[in-house]
Design a protein around this ligand. Structure first.
Ligand code: HEC
Length: 113
């Protein structure tokens, strides 16, 4: 049983680890940046300063090296509350799961321009 648990743990680590180190390519960088600008994200998030939502830099720093693309993409679409402060991130469900993942990946990579 112990062996089985440790094997499943290893598999989970192997299955999620590459995501943490995924580097975004330049076409995705351009697509993500323009999606970020056209989806209203900029009214609450900016690169480094304090707006209604956490800065992109602060988000990238908090989750550095962690395999959280899927989780963040889900919160971008479904909303998030209580993780940063008193304000909520609204549900933005007109984004497709693929687009939300691309935005999450871009943010986690430091939101390159
Ligand atoms: C109305 C303001 C508002 C808009 C618009 C908005 N956000 Fe947010 N966002 C927030 C706030 C506030 C938080 C912090 C929520 C919390 O404390 O859990 C947040 C949190 C986040 C987080 C971190 C979630 C976490 O789990 O730590 C990400 C990533 C994010 N937003 C991305 C986006 C993207 C991408 C868009 C555009 C598609 C967007 N936001 C649009 C206000 C906004």
């Amino acid at each position: 049983m112990k062996k089985l648990i440790s094997l499943s743990f290893t598999l989970v680590v192997l299955a999620t680890a590459p995501e943490a180190f995924a580097k975004i390519n330049s076409a995705d960088i351009r697509a993500a940046r323009s999606l970020f600008q056209s989806s209203g994200c900029t009214s609450c998030h900016d690169a480094t300063g304090s707006a209604a939502g956490p800065s992109l830099k602060a988000i990238a720093k908090r989750y550095k090296g962690k395999p959280v693309i899927t989780e963040l993409a889900q919160r971008i679409r479904e909303g998030s509350q209580g993780r940063w402060g008193d304000l909520s991130h609204p549900a933005i469900d007109y984004l497709t799961p693929t687009d939300a993942s691309m935005l999450a990946e871009w943010i986690l990579n430091g939101a390159p321009l």
